[in-house]
Design a protein around this ligand. Structure first.
Ligand SMILES: [Ca+2]
Ligand SMILES: [Ca+2]
Ligand SMILES: [Ca+2]
Ligand SMILES: [Ca+2]
Length: 198
């Protein structure tokens, strides 16, 4: 697959993205919103196959649309030593009138491959602007279909935190499709190492 970023709509309104990296961290969820958000230069573009991860600029409309080009990544990560932060580049402002009015009534997220089979996904991190209580969740896909199958929802919600206090929106440094782009950021996880006790 030359472009890992998948067309929106695979899960209804959910914009999906898929990145093939093996998750080797321990997931411990942030209990507070005391984030120290990364500065612009502390965001690290995510690479795959030596190229920054991109997403087509015309496969969705408005704030659902993740945008990028060969020098402006679609997806970034940052780690301040306490939390892991995520950033998506969106075509328009995602702020809006979703469940609590924080985000527009869409979903954005990333798909995670943990079994070295890029044809399906095992985990999803999702920002949910649709639900009454907007939230960020880690979900497990236990009944797998081919990647991109609209029926392949993630069956199990492993953990959820409120969206409120755990996200931010900033102007991006690009203007794809003729108007200002936006960064949608969220902090979700802490990262630890673990070793066998014996
Ligand atoms: Ca897109
Ligand atoms: Ca734009
Ligand atoms: Ca997989
Ligand atoms: Ca499924």
């Amino acid at each position: 697959m030359s472009d890992y970023c998948q067309k929106a709509g695979c899960l209804g309104n959910y914009q999906r993205k898929f990145f093939g990296f093996l998750v080797i961290v321990i997931f411990c969820f942030a209990a507070t919103s005391l984030f120290s958000w990364p500065t612009f230069f502390e965001w690290n573009p995510v690479y795959r196959g030596g190229l920054i991860v991109t997403d087509p600029n015309n496969n969705a409309s408005g704030a659902r649309n993740i945008v990028s080009d060969s020098t402006h990544a679609a997806f970034f990560l940052s780690n301040d030593g306490t939390y892991l932060y995520f950033r998506l580049r969106l075509d328009e402002d995602p702020a809006g009138s979703g469940g609590q009015g924080f985000l527009k009534p869409f979903g954005w997220g990333i798909l995670i491959d943990t079994n070295l089979n890029a044809g399906n996904y095992e985990w999803m991190i999702m920002l949910d602007g649709i639900s009454k209580n907007e939230n960020i969740s880690l979900r497990q896909n236990t009944i797998q279909q081919n990647l991109g199958d609209p029926s392949d929802v993630a069956e199990i919600t492993s953990s959820t935190i409120p969206l409120s206090g755990n996200f931010q929106i900033n102007l991006a440094d690009t203007s794809f499709n003729g108007d200002q782009d936006y960064f949608l950021d969220w902090g979700f996880l802490t990262v630890s190492c673990v070793q066998s006790p014996v």
